[in-house]
Design a protein around this ligand. Structure first.
Ligand code: AKG
Length: 212
């Protein structure tokens, strides 16, 4: 449920959309360790889009449901199609971060059941899209955590052609968008090369959703 008053340390981007600078820095060691374990159990892969193109971003998942893409479309699956096993459990440190960020943004009671892990090598980008494969898009926000190399997030409007706000993201920053902004188009500009002290030549995004 959205509250009218996000906490004062949020930077408002649009109604229902906020940036929480450095939200994960207090627990970065725990989060990066849990992330490494998830990626060991379910290695990131370049999925095929329904149109037959390979995504430049490599993805994996943790939580009860995992987002997948292939020639037959986008959907959530309980099993990793590569291994046939359930996705790794959502680490406690991830769930804590997602709940706290949602609450600071004014969305109390957010309980993610899916975390899409997106791994960007330098040169990877994510084109503008809406996240609408979740069962109740009106009822739950998206919480997104940026780790590793910096990136520029593009926050658009409700139509693909709307102007985008360019939001520079650093390691540990979280974004939350829900309510009137939940179906905004969004994407990530091409990631520049660099070396991050914990994650090397990678930018990794954790996208927390209530999918089922
Ligand atoms: O990598 C990001 O910051 C955004 C990821 C994203 O748009 C998504 O998971 O839907």
């Amino acid at each position: 449920m959205a509250s009218l008053f996000p906490s004062p340390d949020c930077i408002g981007l649009a109604p229902g959309a906020v940036l929480l600078p450095g939200a994960a820095l207090d627990d970065e060691t725990g989060i990066v360790q849990a992330l490494n374990e998830v990626l060991e159990q379910a290695p990131p892969r370049h999925m095929l889009t329904p149109g037959g193109l390979r995504m430049s971003v490599a993805v994996s998942n943790c939580g009860g449901l995992g987002w997948v893409s292939d020639r037959s479309g986008y959907r959530y699956e309980r099993l990793d199609p590569d291994s046939g096993r359930p996705w790794p459990a959502l680490p406690d440190s991830f769930a804590r971060l997602a709940r706290a960020a949602a609450s600071r943004a004014g969305f109390e009671g957010f309980e993610p059941d899916a975390c899409l892990v997106s791994v960007y090598a330098p040169g990877a980008r994510l084109s503008l899209h809406q996240d609408k494969d979740e069962r109740d898009v009106a009822g739950h926000p998206l919480v997104s955590l940026s780790l590793g190399l910096p990136a520029v997030f593009q926050l658009g409007g409700l139509a693909r052609g709307d102007r985008t706000l360019k939001v520079p993201l650093s390691h540990g920053d979280a974004l939350v968008w829900g309510g009137a902004s939940r179906l905004r188009y969004h994407g990530v500009a091409t990631v520049s090369d660099g070396e991050h002290r914990l994650l090397g030549r990678r930018r990794i995004n954790l996208s927390f959703r209530r999918a089922g």
